[in-house]
Structure formats: C-alpha cells, structure tokens
Design a protein around this ligand. Structure first.
Ligand code: V0V
Length: 151
C-alpha cells in the first residue's frame, strides 16, 4: 500500500476531521431491481430509501441493516457514469466506504490539509438531500472514501 501523501508542514496543528460513524457501504451492481431482490431474499434486508441521482448518474437503493450503517446499492443510470466505469473495470462489488460528518466542508478542508485530494471543490448533492464529497481512492489506501453530511 502506498502511504497517504502529506503536504502539511510538521509544525502545523492539523484541524480535526471528526468522523462520526460509518454512514454506509456502497456496492456497485449492474441491475438495481435484481440486486434488491437478491439482498431481500438472501439476507432479508429491506429498502428504506430509493432515488435516482442524475448528477452522479446512479440509481440507488439504501438498505437498513438493523440500526447500524446502511448498505447502498448503486446501479449505473448512464454508460458514462462513475458506477458504469467501475463495473466495467472491476465488476460488481464494494465501491465505496462512507463516513457521516457534521460539516462536510470542514472535514474536506481537514483532509486537504493532510494532502489528500478531494474530488470536488464544493460539496455535491447526495442521497436524500445530503451534502457529499469524496477522497480519491489513490490517496486513501485504495478505498473510495465518501463524506456525508446528512440533510
Ligand atoms: C477507481 N479506482 C478505485 C475506485 N474507482 N479504487 C478503489 N475504489 C474505487 N471505487 C482506481 C482504479 O482502479 C484506478 O487504479 C484508479 O483509481 C483510476 O483513477 P482515475 O483515473 O483518477 O479515476 P476513474 O476515472 O477510474 O474514477 C475514479 C473516481 C470516480 C473515484 C475518480 O469513480 C469518481 O469520481 N467517484 C466519485 C463519484 C461516485 O463514485 N459516484 C457514484 C456514487 P489503477 O488502475 O490506476 O491502479 S454516488 C453516491 O455515493 C451518492 C449519491 C451518495 O452516497 O449519496
């Protein structure tokens, strides 16, 4: 594993990141309806929210797992989307790990201060009106990290 880059000088106190909990784990699937059926019949998980995010090019379903972090099924809404590209390259499977934060701009700034690349200059709209940003997987040990500030 490559080490996360750090452009911060040694003598500077870095701002806290304040991750509150794991919000959800995102799984790329080619067919949302087939995946919903699979997760319901195999694991007994029910859909608690569903929407299409045009900007992200995804159809998504959020599944409850007790009262813990949720499972987010992500299917491509168009062939040039991030999920379509991921499926082409890696096939179905874990695509992202999302943390809940109270302030996505502050958390993004704190990670930038540690030299990590955030994908967006300003937060974008995520599930259910949340505000989101992502850390590039190459700066986070091969994991696409999402920051979620709930609505
Ligand atoms: C790409 N790579 C990954 C990865 N996607 N590694 C781990 N996990 C992933 N999900 C690796 C890939 O294998 C290459 O490695 C390298 O990154 C390519 O980097 P790149 O050329 O800069 O980028 P792309 O074109 O592959 O795109 C990757 C990124 C893209 C992460 C930039 O997927 C993106 O913009 N994602 C953020 C948006 C998103 O994921 N939206 C869908 C979920 P090698 O081969 O070079 O070693 S929407 C959502 O979650 C919502 C709405 C919500 O939760 O509310």
């Amino acid at each position: 594993m490559t080490e996360a880059p750090s452009s911060a000088p040694d003598n500077v106190t870095l701002p806290d990141i304040d991750l509150l909990r794991i919000d959800h784990v995102g799984i790329a699937v080619p067919d949302l309806d087939a995946a919903k059926t699979f997760y319901a019949e195999t694991f007994g998980l029910r859909v608690v929210h569903e929407e299409t995010n045009e900007e992200q090019g995804v159809r998504e379903a959020m599944l409850a797992v007790g009262d813990g972090p949720r499972l987010q099924l992500l299917a491509p809404a168009r062939p040039d989307s991030a999920i379509a590209k991921f499926l082409d390259r890696s096939g179905p499977g874990l695509q992202q790990l999302a943390y809940t934060v109270a302030d996505v701009e502050a958390a993004s700034a704190a990670l930038r201060a540690r030299g990590l690349r955030l994908l967006y200059d300003t937060p974008r709209r995520g599930t259910a009106g949340s505000r989101i940003n992502f850390v590039h997987p190459k700066d986070a040990g091969g994991v696409l990290v999402e920051l979620v500030e709930p609505a």
